[in-house]
Design a protein around this ligand. Structure first.
Ligand code: LLP
Length: 421
């Protein structure tokens, strides 16, 4: 029996494996993904695409492990990239260039050229970057990101719409934009925006989508438009043990499909529409496991010391994000005493807190803790800070067996880029 494992038990998350067994094989800390959950989340979204031409364009920044990308592609999702590295991995995973959208921000002409040479449509988000891209792509196609003036998200750090952010071309600058395109004979093949990350209801998303649709109608080149991309941001319930409600996809889907198909019909639009979720697809299929090495009380505050520093999972430190905790212990007793505890990592900073003031069964040396919903912006934001090795990633496959999909870093890896030594 485990101490707190109802959520993963209910999903048979670890398949034929156990967290203890996985830690023994692959070391601690460890990212573990579940293929069935990943496929389910893809299907939730692909299934809501009732409107003709509506696609799910997975945002690879959430998690770009090619093994996961391959599954996401099999489930019928397209993909984005926002860096040469993501583009490289998208293509490695089997995506064809016309299935990838390069949605970047403040990049060098070399980077644009790299994407163009691979045959990928590039979206840029300022007049200067439009000019730079046009110079490289005379007579070609371009996509432009607008700022709809509406934002949403779980933290000011990830709200990307509105005047207070660095993103997008102000729709009022449309005349100047058209002038640049005209000068280079470049076709505006797509328009996009992204209002922010993690909202639990879709009203702002639909409202912003309508702004982008209105803008599309103002384009003299409307009939050449191939893609209208509304960005991502769909939230997932991180408070699993409080039964937090899920994003209401059914209501959202009805509203979205009504809006899009009505609009496409009214304006004779035959291009594509994209939704660009990252978190919704990848978050819930992943947990990160760590080990308790120390418990102590400082003043009156109980601390639980683990190897889950912000080098492993940065979200709690960066955004004060909440991830629910599970606790695994062999031969656990029933009715364990609960206590408010703070789970911390092994980095030499006071902010290195992964779960603050949580009422949980009293943790002990040797316990395994799992941070739930770590599949998105977990490994992808991990680092080698303090020269720690990034964890391995393991996939629990459909048949319940584990496959290692990224080995743990080695000391050689962290030394490999040092020159002249
Ligand atoms: N499209 C664009 C252009 C984006 O910038 C993003 C995310 C997405 C799509 C996908 O958004 P999602 O569906 O995952 O919310 N590190 C933060 C989230 C940053 C999101 C950045 N942009 C976190 O851990 O909460």
């Amino acid at each position: 029996m485990s101490v707190r494992s109802n959520y993963t038990d209910s999903l048979n998350f670890y398949g034929k494996e156990t967290p203890q067994g996985l830690m023994e094989k692959f070391g601690s800390p460890l990212y573990v993904y579940n293929e069935v959950v990943l496929r389910e989340r893809c299907r939730d979204l692909v299934g809501l695409c009732k409107t003709k031409g509506l696609h799910i364009n997975y945002s690879a920044k959430a998690n770009a492990n090619p093994h996961l990308l391959k599954i996401i592609r099999e489930e019928g999702c397209l993909v984005d990239a926002m860096s040469p590295g993501e583009l490289y991995l998208d293509l490695k995973a089997g995506y064809k260039p016309d299935e990838v959208l390069y949605v970047c921000n403040n990049v060098s002409p070399e980077e644009m050229k790299n994407a163009l040479e691979k045959g990928v449509l590039v979206s840029v988000d300022s007049l200067m970057q439009v000019e730079q891209l046009c110079r490289l792509n005379r007579g070609g196609k371009i996509m432009v990101r607008f700022n709809p003036g509406i934002g949403a998200g779980h933290s000011a750090k990830v709200v990307t719409g509105g005047k207070e952010t660095k993103f997008g071309v102000d729709p009022e600058k449309l005349p100047q934009l058209l002038e640049i395109l005209d000068r280079y004979g470049v076709t505006l093949a797509g328009i996009n925006h992204h209002i922010g990350s993690l909202f639990m209801e879709g009203e702002s998303y639909i409202e912003a989508a309508k702004v982008l649709l209105d803008l599309a109608l103002k384009l003299p080149c409307f009939e050449k438009l191939e893609i209208i991309d509304f960005g991502g941001g769909f939230g997932i319930p991180y408070h699993k043990y409080e039964n937090q409600a899920r994003f209401d996809l059914e209501t959202f889907s009805r509203l979205l499909n009504e809006t899009l198909s009505g609009w496409a019909k009214a304006h004779n639009y035959h291009g594509k529409f994209y939704l660009e979720p990252g978190r919704y697809i990848a978050a819930e299929c992943g947990v990160v496991l760590g080990t308790v090495y120390n418990t102590k009380t400082n003043g009156t505050k109980p601390y639980v010391g683990t190897d889950l520093g912000f080098n492993v999972l940065a979200r709690p430190m960066l955004y004060d994000s909440f991830h629910d905790v599970e606790i695994y212990r062999n031969n656990a007793q029933e009715n364990m005493e609960e206590l408010e505890q703070t789970i911390v990592g092994n980095i030499c900073e006071s902010g290195d807190i992964i779960a603050k003031n949580r009422v949980l069964p009293v943790l002990r040396e040797g316990d395994i803790v799992a941070m739930l919903d770590a599949g998105a912006y977990g490994f992808s934001m991990s680092s080698n800070y303090t020269q720690r090795l990034r964890p391995a990633e393991v996939l629990i496959q459909k048949d319940g067996t584990a496959k290692c999909i990224r080995r743990r870093d080695t000391f050689e890896d962290i030394f490999a880029t040092v020159t002249d030594f």
